[in-house]
Design a protein around this ligand. Structure first.
Ligand SMILES: Nc1ncnc2c1ncn2[C@@H]1O[C@H](COP(=O)(O)OP(=O)(O)OP(=O)(O)O)[C@@H](O)[C@H]1O
Length: 258
């Protein structure tokens, strides 16, 4: 459902992402990992269609057969759209709009009936472990960081975009909130959608994704099933990431995503 081929992102004459190629079938969850500055966010942003306008994109990003490389998210056809979950969720939400209204607006395209919209909004809030009666009437500033992230995931859940792109959604969170967010992303990625999950944390990648694409200096240096990456990393950068994750206690193999 997603084919990224020879994707290049440049700022003026400087190449930041250099010929990235990977693909994703429907229902597959892929982690983009790598050191800081390796090009993960730029690759994810190019896939989702939210790159800064001063950057140049070459290559192709095919979503369900349509090449949307360089096309901003708002101009993409519905079958090629990505729902985006970002690190700074506060910026993705309207400050004066309640959670209930955010969801109501997102659901308007699908349900013309207000009662159905209310029921769908309540159900999706429960799916991300938020109590509708408590959280629904609140504005973004009245939520914790973890709650805001889960509202963003609820919005991704109600969108009918075939692809989810999550860029380090757990970075600012404590361990418990991070776990809830990872579970909610997993729920959002079910139903046959594809997930591209950016993280520098191999342990989270292992818990959520079945495949790992490792980036270094804007290039793919490894693309392999998560088990292979953990047990026999083929590239020195991957081996280093595995080593660091082990030092922070990687989950046991039983906790790995299938
Ligand atoms: N708008 C921009 N103009 C120029 N250079 C940029 C721009 N955005 C990012 N870069 C550079 O591109 C490189 C890759 O950035 P990117 O944000 O993709 O890294 P990353 O792997 O996501 O890092 P981190 O884990 O620290 O978020 C970095 O060297 C960064 O400084």
């Amino acid at each position: 459902m997603l084919d990224v081929a020879d994707l290049t992102v440049s700022a003026g004459r400087t190449t930041l992402v250099a010929g990235v190629t990977f693909s994703l079938s429907a229902g597959e969850r892929v982690a983009l990992v790598g050191r800081s500055g390796s090009g993960k966010s730029l690759t994810a942003s190019a896939v989702a269609g939210c790159l800064a306008p001063d950057l140049t994109v070459r290559g192709s990003v095919r979503v369900n057969g349509t090449d949307v490389a360089g096309v901003p998210i708002a101009r993409r056809p519905a079958q090629a759209r990505a729902a985006l979950i970002v690190q700074d969720s506060a910026a993705a939400l309207e400050p004066v709009t309640t959670v209930r209204r955010h969801l109501g607006l997102a659901l308007r395209a699908r349900h013309s009936d207000a009662e159905t919209r209310t029921a769908a909004a309540e159900s999706v809030l429960r799916a991300v472990d938020l109590e509708p009666a408590v959280i629904g009437p609140r504005r973004p500033a009245e939520l914790s960081g973890g709650q805001r992230q889960r509202v963003c995931i609820a919005l991704a859940l109600v969108s009918d975009a075939p692809l989810l792109v999550a860029d380090e959604p757990t970075t600012a969170l404590d361990v418990v909130s991070a776990r809830t967010v990872v579970d909610a992303v997993r729920t959002a990625a079910d139903r046959g959608r594809g997930l591209v999950f950016v993280t520098h944390d191999l342990a989270i990648a292992a818990a959520l994704c079945s495949r790992v694409v490792v980036l270094d200096a804007g290039r793919v240096v490894e693309d392999a099933p998560v088990r292979d990456v953990l047990t026999r990393p083929a590239h020195a950068v991957t081996a280093d990431l595995v080593e660091r994750a082990r030092a922070l206690s990687l989950p046991s193999s039983t906790a790995l995503a299938s």
